[in-house]
Design a protein around this ligand. Sequence first.
Ligand code: SAM
Length: 337
Amino acid sequence: MTDANGQTPMIDGFGRRITYLRVSVTDRCDFRCVYCMPEQMQFLQKRELLTLEELDRLTSAFIAKGVRKVRLTGGEPLVRRNILWLIQSMARHLDAGRLDELTLTTNGSQLERFATDLAACGVKRINVSLDTLDPVKFKDITRGGDFAQVMRGIEAADQAGLKVKINAVALRDINEDEFEDLIRYSHRSGFDLTLIEAMPLGDTGSDRSDQYLPLSLVRARLGEHFTLEEVPYRSGGPARYARVRETGGRLGFITPLTHNFCESCNRVRVTCTGTLYMCLGQEDAADLRAPLRASEADDLLNATIDAAIAQKPRGHDFVIERGQKPTLSRHMSMTGG
Ligand code: SAM
């Protein structure tokens, strides 16, 4: 069945409507977070990447098929050369009312430079990943990141009027003593905070079972210091939110391991090479680069997308056990977190 634009809306085999696209614009990152990638990460060659024009065309095809929210991610999206061109170009869909939200997930390192331009393009909210408030620990976790630079970036985003959400991966023995501080810092600054369970994606050179910390445990511990009140608020992603009575701020939990949320999944992901992943936690994928390049019209591309959406898996089944290889060999930086 086609809609008013002659497009087939994206509804998968389980009746889930796909309205959210995450686009990994580069696999490169200026950080090497210990839970994300190995220290000597092998990045793609530049010639393997889609051009920004191709990413624009691909994303626009998804918007024509009913995507209402686009998140640029990576790797670090703001280290892709000329990324502002893509964001400025995508803003036309916001202006035309075809898209509700254009947003980014970033490590914050380049925000000082980009915040004003992002706001001018119509970006309203951004997610900034920040796992610790300790500059020395920050350098260790990111393998070289500059904490002060990130804080200046967050400040610049706030000043530019962007609504900031802080994302922190819960890491056993690494930042598990900091969640209270992260809550107080975020809520004092007027930011939501979301805690995320570490997922078994890609080899990092260390055993994930050493890092994995179930959020069910974190939540129980936080309950000893804070009053967490369930709230129905949803940000369009998998986070479930609570209001922290003592701070008045919102605290989200993303629990791919302890509580599966796939039944309401509304999203798919495209990598910087044009591979469509229908689920972050499964291998199912479709190459969109070949149909994209095969013709200037989008017919073949749209047919490939339709066939892929029909194959979207029911959900992921992550497991983290001692000594076990990661569930999937690809890193989060490839598929886009
Ligand atoms: N560079 C950007 C950033 O740092 O936000 C965007 C890409 S990064 C891969 C997106 C998010 O994925 C970050 O919040 C990061 O902490 C998270 N992440 C990376 N690897 C992860 C893993 N194995 N499990 C859970 N979260 C992970």
